[in-house]
Design a protein around this ligand. Structure first.
Ligand code: TXA
Ligand code: MG
Length: 318
C-alpha cells in the first residue's frame, strides 16, 4: 500500500524525479506527475491502465501559468478563470508546442485547470513544472474522493498519497472549450451550467459523446461501479427485477420496500452540493455491499444535479 501523509516536501521530491503522487483537489483525487516529462506521463497511463488516446488535464498554480502552455486565449476564457479559478473548471485552449503530445493525445488543445485545494496549490507553486493529473482511479471506475479510495486501487502502484481529506465538491471539473464567442461544455462537472451561463451567456452542450472527437475520454461507460446499476424510478425498476438483492442510491428519501441498510441517502435535506460530495463514495460503498444490483434514481435536473445525472447515466451504461 502507498504511504499516506501531508508531507509536501516529500511529494515535491518524488514529482521532481518523475514519480507519481496522488494529490487532493476540491473535485476528486488526481494521479499527478510532471506534465512536461514523457517518463512521468507514461507512468500515469500505465498505473491507470488508460488508453493513450484519452488526453490528460494539466494543473497550474494560477492563470498566469496558462500563457506558458496555451496561446490565442479567448477573452471568455479569461473571464471564466477570473471568476471561477481556483476551482472546478477546466479550459480547453490552443496548446503551445511545449506541451507533450502524450498529454493532448495529439490534439491541438490542452486542458488546463487551477484546482482549489490549499495543499495542492502550495505544491503547484513550489514546482517548476505543471502537473498532469487524471482522476486517481483505474480507467473506467468511479473517481476517488478520499485518500483511502486511492490506496485501495492504486496503492501498490504509487509511492505516495498526499492527504487532503475528503474532496469538498466530489465531482470532476466542468470542461469547457471555445468556439467563436460561445462556450462549449464538453463535460458537466463541479461548476454548474447555470453559473457558467451567468458569466458567459448561453452555452452549447457537447456532453453526449461517443461520437465526440474533442473529448475522447467522454466514453459512455465510465465512472462505473463493478456491480450492475440501473438508473430510473426505483419503484418501477423494482417491479422488473424480482429475486435479486437490491441496493439503492437515492437523493433525499429512502424507499420503503427496500431494507434501510441496503440504501444510501445522498442528502437527507435535499441539498445538491451535499449529494454531489457523497456520490462517488456512495457508489463505492454500494459496490462493496452484499447486493446483486444497484438501483439509482435520477437527481433533480438542475445545478450539480445535472452533472450527477451525467455520471449516473455513464455508470449505468453497459
Ligand atoms: O476534476 C477533474 O477534472 C479531475 C481532477 C484530478 O483535476 N481530473 C479528471 O481527469 O477528471 P480525467 O483524466 O479523469 O478526466 C479528464 C477528461 C477526460 O475525459 C479527457 O478526455 C478530457 O478530460 N480531456 C483532457 N484534455 C482534453 C483535451 N485537450 N481535449 C478534450 N478533452 C480533454
Ligand atoms: Mg477520470
Amino acid at each position: 500500500m502507498a504511504e499516506i501523509g501531508k508531507d509536501l516536501a516529500k511529494a515535491k521530491r518524488l514529482l521532481e524525479t518523475d514519480e507519481l503522487v496522488a494529490i487532493p483537489t476540491e473535485t476528486v483525487y488526481g494521479l499527478a506527475g510532471n506534465a512536461l516529462s514523457a517518463k512521468a506521463i507514461t507512468k500515469i497511463f500505465q498505473a491507470k491502465d488508460r488508453p493513450f488516446f484519452d488526453p490528460l488535464i494539466v494543473h497550474v498554480p494560477d492563470f498566469d501559468a496558462v500563457h506558458l502552455y496555451a496561446e490565442e486565449i479567448p477573452d471568455l476564457a479569461r473571464q471564466l478563470a477570473k471568476q471561477l479559478w481556483p476551482g472546478p473548471l477546466t479550459l480547453l485552449l490552443k496548446r503551445k508546442a511545449v506541451v507533450p503530445d502524450l498529454i493532448t493525445a495529439g490534439m491541438d488543445t490542452v486542458g488546463l485547470r487551477c484546482p482549489q485545494h490549499p495543499l495542492t496549490l502550495e505544491l503547484l507553486k513550489s514546482l517548476a513544472f505543471p502537473l498532469a493529473a487524471p482522476s486517481a482511479n483505474p480507467f473506467g471506475y468511479v473517481s476517488p474522493t478520499q485518500p483511502e479510495h486511492v490506496d485501495e486501487q492504486l496503492g501498490r502502484k504509487i509511492p505516495y498519497i498526499l492527504d487532503g481529506g475528503t474532496c469538498r465538491v466530489g465531482i470532476e471539473s466542468t470542461i469547457v472549450g471555445f468556439e467563436g464567442d460561445k462556450v462549449v461544455v464538453y463535460r458537466m462537472g463541479g461548476v454548474s451550467v447555470e453559473v457558467i451561463e451567468a458569466i458567459a451567456g448561453p452555452v452549447r452542450l457537447m456532453t453526449h459523446s461517443t461520437s465526440n472527437p474533442k473529448a475522447p475520454g467522454q466514453l459512455k461507460s465510465h465512472y462505473a461501479p463493478r456491480k450492475k446499476l440501473l438508473l430510473g424510478d426505483i419503484e418501477q425498476n423494482l417491479l422488473r427485477v424480482k429475486h435479486q438483492k437490491i441496493g439503492a442510491l437515492v437523493f433525499q428519501r429512502a424507499i420503503a420496500s427496500i431494507p434501510r441498510q441496503q440504501q444510501i441517502v445522498l442528502s437527507p435535506y435535499g441539498n445538491l452540493e451535499e449529494a454531489a460530495q457523497n456520490l462517488f463514495a456512495s457508489l463505492r460503498a454500494l459496490d462493496k455491499m452484499d447486493i446483486d444490483l444497484i438501483l439509482a434514481e435520477p437527481m433533480p435536473h438542475q445545478g450539480l444535479g445535472r452533472a450527477m445525472n451525467d455520471r449516473l447515466r455513464r455508470a449505468a451504461a453497459e
